[in-house]
Design a protein around this ligand. Structure first.
Ligand code: E4P
Length: 218
């Protein structure tokens, strides 16, 4: 299973890389827009920090524009995967990128049907947006599990990359059901470590040790 971090901040990527074993970095236009940095610089820097892929989303709405951006992103880092929205032009762009051997997958996926067609188009990943699916009134976890189960049954090699994860409960539900990959914000990733009982137990060990010499003192 792959775990990605969804951020454009080099500091957040470095901190997470020091603490956890991460598999790459995802980005999207909304988090890019929160900074003054150019998208190229963001992807280049992320690529220098991570050993895994950097996912960069196309902004164009036309097929030609999506294909041009996805191809152009390939020059920004060694391992860039283009995120193509699961729209009609997006599927057409995916087909052209497949023919050209440009790594690309389907993002903003809301349904199993979109995911199946993306996998048939040799998308490297499909990203169901769990939180946003919930917002739409459907069940994000159930939809994502269904996609994973279809892909497993069909033997699709396309990675199911769960996105728009809002909390650790959603993440754990997906781990349990065998998700291929998941991306989450630094906050949700960091919250995996939270346990007041762990902190209390560590404090208890320190108190029990008392004023004895530290373990490595002479
Ligand atoms: C994934 O690559 C997306 O950037 C991200 O998960 C979107 O999440 P959001 O719904 O919080 O914007």
């Amino acid at each position: 299973m792959n775990i990605y971090i969804d951020t454009v901040s080099p500091e957040q990527i470095r901190t997470a890389e020091r603490r956890f074993q991460l598999d790459g970095v995802t980005t999207n236009p909304s988090i890019v827009a929160e900074t003054d940095r150019r998208y190229k610089n963001i992807v280049e820097t992320a690529g220098e920090i991570t050993d895994g892929p950097v996912f960069a989303q196309v902004l164009a709405e036309s097929v030609d524009g999506m294909v041009r951006e996805a191809r152009g992103y390939q020059d920004w880092a060694d391992d860039v995967v283009a995120k193509i929205p699961a729209t009609r032009p997006g599927f057409e762009a995916l087909g052209r990128l497949r023919a050209d051997g440009v790594p690309a997958g389907a993002t903003v996926v809301y349904t199993a049907e979109q995911a199946v067609l993306a996998a048939k188009n040799d998308a490297t990943f499909v990203a169901p947006y769990v939180g946003r699916i919930d917002d739409s009134g459907a069940d994000g976890i159930a939809t994502t599990r269904r996609i994973q189960s279809i892909f497993d049954a069909q033997g699709f090699e396309t990675e199911v990359l769960a996105a728009s994860i809002r909390n650790t409960t959603q993440a754990t539900a997906l781990y349990e059901s065998g998700i291929d990959g998941i991306t989450m914000s630094p906050a949700v990733l960091d919250a995996h470590v939270d346990s007041s009982e762990t902190a209390e137990s560590v404090a208890g060990f320190a108190a029990a040790w008392g004023d004895q010499d530290p373990p490595l003192s002479e």
